[in-house]
Design a binder for this molecule. Structure first.
Ligand code: SF4
Length: 279
């Protein structure tokens, strides 16, 4: 079996930075350490952090001590202020690219423009961005929602950093058709763009694609959806143990990609397992 590994598989810059920041705090022995929400969408990495004593805060306590890490997705400004007021030392690991989107929204909000965010309403990054957009912010996830959107004045459109490029273009075109006075910022991260483009290219040359990543990771699921949309058999797995080797043996050429929260060691285990399959 021929194996093709995507160049852009695995941790993106923002996730790597957040994980390294937390691990450095663990190594320094500064504690107690907690992350506000699960640090990344990968159960294996979360289990590892838990074993090292890193707790996950789901809510902001009135009083806290120790260090609280804000994850790469960022938080609404009001939540960051509450975390700081709780007495915890806040280590802000918001990805610089997400900070940039937050800054764009804040800047144009001051100019009186409403914000349309193209993304998943419930995703932590979008919840954080909505905190910057305030009451004039709206989230659009589908073309049907773009159709139903109402806007009364000037506005901007931004995207969740892990949004599907084609979906963003279609939704943006529809909104601009209906409300021509908008300013568009394609804030899809390069890392997402490159990963998705590579999947599209790989699907033209492989017989099947393995997508390695957390089953709750939006960007991982999106990679699988892109390949499925192109008619390629997709196997979305969190670890090598989930691979059905009997089925995989049927393919002569298999591609491997991984979401932005997938650590290298899990990708390597998948590579090793595929490599061990007899032709
Ligand atoms: S996908 Fe891009 S924006 Fe999101 S955390 Fe990773 S590097 Fe940052």
């Amino acid at each position: 079996m021929e194996i093709v590994l995507a160049k852009h598989a695995g941790f993106c810059m923002g996730v790597r930075r957040a994980v390294e920041t937390t691990m450095e705090l663990v190594e320094k022995g500064e504690g107690p350490i907690a992350t506000f929400g699960p640090l990344i969408h990968n159960p294996q990495v979360l289990q590892q952090l838990e074993r090292q004593g890193v707790r996950v805060l789901q809510d902001i306590p009135d009083k806290a001590s120790g260090i609280v890490v804000i994850r790469a997705h960022g938080v609404p400004p009001e939540q960051k202020a509450r975390l700081e007021a709780s007495g915890a030392t806040v280590e802000d690991a918001t990805c610089p690219r997400v900070l940039k989107v937050q800054a764009i929204i804040a800047r144009y909000r001051k100019e009186g423009r409403a914000t349309v965010i193209v993304g998943d309403r419930d995703h932590a990054e979008v919840v954080g961005l909505m905190g910057y957009a305030g009451e004039s912010g709206q989230v659009v996830s589908t073309l049907a929602e773009a159709e139903a959107l109402t806007l009364a004045g000037p506005y901007i459109i931004v995207s969740q950093t892990t949004q599907d490029e084609m979906m963003f273009e279609q939704i943006t075109a529809r909104i601009l058709d209906r409300f021509p006075h908008g300013k568009v910022f394609n804030t899809i991260c390069d890392s997402t763009h490159n990963r998705q483009e590579e999947v599209r290219e790989m699907c033209g040359e492989v017989e099947a694609l393995i997508v390695v990543g957390g089953k709750t990771s939006a960007n991982t699921k999106r990679l699988a959806e892109i390949a499925e949309g192109l008619g390629v058999p997709v196997f979305l797995v969190e670890t090598a143990t989930e691979l059905d080797t009997a089925v995989l043996r049927r393919f002569a050429k298999v591609g491997i990609t991984a979401g932005a929260s997938t650590p290298t060691w899990i990708i390597e285990q998948v590579m090793d397992l595929l490599g061990s399959l007899a032709p």
